[in-house]
Design a binder for this molecule. Structure first.
Ligand SMILES: [Zn+2]
Length: 232
């Protein structure tokens, strides 16, 4: 959610919105809420009651951010008035998200208790730290984007992981677990990127050695590899 907030802040509000607390609740009637004042500070709450898609969560967050925008400009009590409508229309223009005043919830399913954690994970997905794992063995490196959970379920990798550098939500670990030493050079990691040593030395290592360049590294992945599946 924070990552989406930052994205929208940049895309729609030219980075002018103040950072606010984003939290979750479980109300049936309000999908989202912008609150302020009386010692509560200001913040946004998103309901996890309904089974919503990622786009619906994004939509809801952007809607509340428009309220934050109005509040921040001193238009307290604007609600869904003309100035709110203006910024909502502008947001639609920028993002293609039509942030209706009220979403039609006909036919929506309540998420149910068992589903709550899963939903929260969807809403929170982009908050999860991205872990880049540099799997090295004698003649080749694999750079993969993975999650803590996957790492922990592969003990032989996890126990060999060393944090190399970190920047923003990215952490880069290196593993030279014996597991990889036995791999054929032609072996590919699902959704991973394989580099010969010379190319690794030239293109990748300088990035890993310098956390400031992590954005360049992120570009290499272009967001299309979310999880590593390792067959051991
Ligand atoms: Zn509203």
């Amino acid at each position: 959610m924070e990552t989406w907030f930052d994205e929208f802040n940049k895309q729609v509000f030219s980075d002018t919105l103040p950072k606010v607390k984003i939290s979750f609740n479980n109300t049936r009637r309000q999908l989202g809420l912008f609150y302020w004042g009386r010692g509560r500070g200001i913040g946004i709450k998103i309901s996890l009651f309904w089974d919503r898609t990622e786009e619906q969560y994004r939509n809801c967050l952007l809607h509340e951010m428009c309220h934050l925008y109005c509040y921040d400009r001193g238009w307290v009590g604007e609600h869904h008035g003309a100035r709110w409508q203006n910024i909502a229309a502008y947001a639609y223009n920028k993002t293609g998200l039509y942030i209706q005043r009220c979403e039609d919830i006909t036919g929506w399913e309540a998420a149910g208790e068992a589903n709550k954690e899963k939903l929260k994970a969807v809403a929170d997905k982009k908050n999860a730290p991205a872990i880049l794992l540099d799997l090295c063995y004698p003649s080749r490196h694999f750079i993969v984007k993975t999650t803590r959970k996957v790492l922990q379920s592969n003990k032989s990798i996890d126990s060999n992981c060393v944090l190399k550098t970190a920047a923003g939500s990215y952490k880069v670990f290196v593993s030279d677990a014996p597991l990889f030493a036995s791999w054929q050079t032609s072996r590919s990691v699902h959704r991973g990127y394989s580099y010969d040593n010379w190319r690794y030395e030239r293109d990748i290592k300088p990035l890993l050695d310098n956390a400031i360049e992590i954005d360049s590294l992120r570009k290499l992945f272009q967001g299309d590899c979310n999880c590593l599946g390792i067959n051991v």
